[in-house]
Design a protein around this ligand. Structure first.
Ligand SMILES: NC(=O)c1ccc[n+]([C@@H]2O[C@H](COP(=O)([O-])OP(=O)(O)OC[C@H]3O[C@@H](n4cnc5c(N)ncnc54)[C@H](O)[C@@H]3O)[C@@H](O)[C@H]2O)c1
Ligand SMILES: [Zn+2]
Length: 407
């Protein structure tokens, strides 16, 4: 491990110490411990061509002093995986994808004693990974609270190398120490589906944190959530865990709007029922008893939806735009009517910080605790052998979150 990484570990520990307050008292495992029954090889789903995964078998390398071998239990399919599957925009093919994964530590080096938050780890613990610290000083050394992971690497989006076990769509993932040292968290106190949902949930914990910086989002604000895919639905869940109780969900799919109600939306508006933006805005206003929203979250990748959302917000209100993770084109707004004369405060939100990632574990416990149907966000489960079918189902958009589950 080089000096950079030692410093980073210290910084990360400082940032996160005390955040994961309910760490169980774990016993330290023996140095270089392994559990019995580790096979010599592991299967990895490699994307070898556009829309084509192949299951490849690779040797499991010896576990070094800083390494962790994890037996994969499951991994969600992300929108980013869908882009890679269809177009390889990052030029990674052949690549072992899957970053929304979780599994059980089956072997680890003698130097691995705690996770990134300082919580002890042992064989048998369940973990997730977050960002990798490489040569990105502004992320690694500067201010972890302020930086998001936008420019950081993660396991599941790495170029292929001679180890190959770099993605969570696999039987085993090999998390290396040293310059490939990844942040990782012991999340043994969360069930499998919650663990698979951590990464997308962190996006919304971050978005709501960004929204709070405007000082407009309050305990019982009237909030519009536009777009009820997984991102919008989880947004509603985060708001509910914060005590926001006046939530109007806007989408064009009735099934998704019904799910939004179960997730805690108090009102829904189907944009297909209203012709033109004036009628749509009037419908939102009606739902709030004749008032416009104090705050709105834009959770679609549609330029029209971005242009529409200003009309739902009151003078002096706020907006969080998080739907344009990729470039979806330009949107036409009127700066006079939409922003300037209304004094709208806007924030953008892009992925998350390491702190948000750790906060997300507590969010999931709270959401499950108040009975939100989080696990039902995972609508389709496939075994690793059906990775191609799983991605096609994801592209067909018939479900919400599609996951690979290893039996
Ligand atoms: N900021 C981030 O870090 C981040 C992270 C992940 C995803 N995203 C983005 O968030 C967006 C939502 O993700 P998702 O997985 O929920 O996608 P999704 O496609 O499943 O959901 C989008 C929803 O928006 C609805 N919609 C489309 N046009 C609309 C309109 N004009 N008015 C109202 N609703 C409309 C659709 O019916 C759909 O239900 C995507 O564009 C994605 O790229 C952002
Ligand atoms: Zn993702």
């Amino acid at each position: 491990m080089d000096m950079n990484n030692i410093n980073i570990e210290e910084i990360v520990k400082q940032v996160l110490s005390g955040m994961t307050g309910n760490a169980p008292a774990a016993t330290a495992s023996a140095p270089g411990a392994t559990s019995a029954g580790i096979p010599k090889t592991a299967r990895v789903a490699m994307l070898t061509d556009l829309e084509h995964y192949e299951l490849k078998e690779f040797p499991i390398p010896p576990v070094g002093d800083d390494d962790i071998l994890v037996k994969v239990e499951g991994c969600g399919i992300c929108g980013t995986d869908a882009h890679e599957f269809k177009r390889d925009p990052f030029g990674l093919i052949p690549v072992a994808l899957g970053h929304e994964g979780t599994g059980e530590i089956v072997a680890m080096g003698k130097n691995v004693k705690t996770d990134t938050a300082g919580k002890p780890v042992k064989i048998g613990d369940k973990v997730v990974t977050c960002m990798i610290f490489k040569d990105a000083p502004e992320i690694t050394m500067y201010d972890l609270n302020k930086q998001n992971v936008g420019a950081a690497d993660v396991y599941g989006l790495l170029p292929d190398d001679d180890i190959h076990l770099n993605g969570w769509f696999s039987d085993y993932i090999f998390i290396r120490g040293g310059s490939f040292g990844s942040t990782f968290f012991n999340v043994s106190d969360l069930d499998l589906k919650s663990r698979i949902l951590i990464e997308p949930c962190a996006v919304l914990v971050h978005a709501v944190e960004r929204a709070k910086t405007t000082n407009i989002l309050r305990f019982n604000s009237k909030v519009v959530v536009q777009g009820c895919g997984p991102i919008g639905l989880i947004c509603i869940a985060v708001l509910r865990t914060m005590g926001v109780e006046n939530i109007c969900a806007v989408d064009g799919e009735q099934k998704r709007l019904d799910f939004a109600k179960r997730m805690g939306a108090t009102h829904t508006v189907n944009f297909k029922d209203h012709k033109g933006i004036e009628a749509l805005a009037a419908a939102v206003k009606d739902e709030f008893g004749g008032q416009l929203a104090d705050f709105a979250f834009q959770c679609t990748g549609s330029p029209v939806a971005h242009a529409n959302i200003y009309k739902f917000i009151r003078n002096g209100g706020g907006l969080c735009e998080l739907g344009f993770f990729i470039n979806g084109g330009d949107a036409t707004i009127n700066p006079h009517f939409d922003i300037c004369s209304k004094e709208i405060t806007t924030v953008g939100s892009w992925v998350y910080t390491l702190r948000d990632y750790a906060t997300t574990f507590d969010f999931l416990k709270r959401a499950n605790g108040i009975g939100l149907p989080m696990s039902e966000l995972i609508t389709d489960e496939f075994p690793l052998e059906q990775i191609n079918e799983a991605h096609k189902t994801n592209l067909a958009m018939t479900g919400l979150k599609i996951a690979i589950i290893n039996k």
